[in-house]
Design a protein around this ligand. Structure first.
Ligand code: FFO
Ligand code: ATP
Length: 235
C-alpha cells in the first residue's frame, strides 16, 4: 500500500475516502466512484498478472505459437464469415504482432485481397485514444511507439467497424488485460459508434476475474485457439 493511502487511512480511520455527496443528498450513490485504495490494489495485481502471463507466452515454442495462430485464424475467418459476411464493405482493424502475440498477418493479407479495408492501430499521443491508419501489404511501415511497426503518417486515418484487440489476459465476461497503457479502453470509449471489438488470446491466459473498474469496457467476443469463449448479446 502506498504511504499516501496509509496515512489517509490513519487520519480518517476508514479505508475509503469520504464522499461528501451524501451530505447533500443522503440517498446519493455514485456507481462510478472508485475507492482509490481498491483501484491501487487492482492495478498492482494486474501488473503482476501481466508479467506472469507474458513470461508464460514467451516460453512457448515457436511451433506451438504458430499452431495457436493457425487455429485462431480458422476461428476468426469463420466468425467473420458468419457474422459479418466476410467483412464485405467494412473497415477492419488488425494488429502487427509483438511480444509473442498470435500472428494473424496472413489473414490480414487475405482480407485485403478480397477488398476489405485493413487498418492498424497507432499510438500518436500518449494516454489518448489510438489512431487507426490504412494498411496495405506493399506499404513501407515505420517504427511507432514501443517500436511497433505502423503505417506511415501519410496513410489515411480510418474509423474501424470491427477491431481486433490482442489479449495478455481475458475473462469469460469479456474483459481484457492488455499492456497497461489503457489505450484500448480509451479508444472504445471515444468512438461512436463503437467498433465491434474482438479479443484474440491464448486459451491459457484466462483469468477468473479482472476486478472490472469503471474504465474497463467488455469486448463483444473473445476468441482463443479453441474457439469462441465469451460472447456478449448481439448489439
Ligand atoms: N501488436 C499490438 N499493437 C498495439 C497494441 C497491442 O496491444 N498489440 N496496442 C493496444 O492497445 C496499442 C499499443 N499499446 C501500448 C500499451 C502500453 C505501452 C506502454 O508503454 N506500456 C508501459 C507501461 C504502461 C503503464 O503500466 O502505465 C511499459 O510497458 O513500459 C505501449 C503501447 C497499439 N498497438
Ligand atoms: N477511458 C479512459 N479514460 C481515462 N483513463 C483511462 C481510460 N481507460 C483506461 N484508463 C487508464 O489506463 C490505465 C490502464 O488501464 P488498464 O489496466 O485497463 O490497461 P490495459 O487495458 O491493460 O492496457 P492497453 O489497452 O494499453 O493494452 C488505468 O489505470 C486507467 O487509469
Amino acid at each position: 500500500m502506498s504511504e499516501d493511502f496509509e496515512s489517509f487511512r490513519c487520519k480518517s480511520g476508514f479505508s475509503s475516502p469520504p464522499c461528501y455527496a451524501a451530505e447533500i443528498a443522503p440517498d446519493y450513490f455514485d456507481p462510478l466512484a472508485v475507492d482509490p485504495e481498491q483501484a491501487h490494489d487492482v492495478a498492482r495485481w494486474r501488473k503482476a498478472e501481466r508479467h506472469r502471463l507474458r513470461s508464460e507466452r514467451q516460453a512457448l515454442s515457436v511451433a506451438d505459437r504458430q499452431s495457436v495462430g493457425d487455429a485462431l485464424t480458422r476461428h476468426l475467418r469463420r466468425f467473420l464469415q458468419d457474422r459479418f459476411d466476410g467483412v464485405r464493405g467494412l473497415t477492419f482493424s488488425a494488429y502487427w504482432p509483438i511480444k509473442g502475440e498470435p500472428d494473424l498477418r496472413p489473414l490480414m493479407a487475405d482480407l485485403h485481397k478480397t477488398g476489405v479495408r485493413i487498418a492498424l492501430p497507432v499510438v500518436e499521443t500518449k494516454a489518448a485514444p489510438l489512431v487507426f491508419r490504412l494498411w496495405t501489404p506493399e506499404m513501407r511501415m515505420v517504427r511507432g511507439d514501443w517500436n511497433i511497426p505502423v503505417p506511415p503518417p501519410e496513410a489515411p486515418a480510418l474509423t474501424p467497424d470491427i477491431a481486433l484487440a490482442p489479449l495478455v489476459g481475458w475473462t469469460l465476461d469479456g474483459y481484457r488485460l492488455g499492456y497497461g497503457g489503457g489505450y484500448f479502453d480509451r479508444t472504445l470509449a471515444a468512438l461512436t459508434p463503437r467498433p465491434f471489438a474482438i479479443g484474440i488470446g491464448f486459451e491459457t491466459a484466462q483469468l477468473a476475474t479482472l476486478y472490472p473498474q469503471p474504465h474497463d469496457i467488455a469486448l463483444d467476443v473473445i476468441l482463443t485457439e479453441t474457439g469462441i469463449k465469451a460472447e456478449s448479446m448481439p448489439r
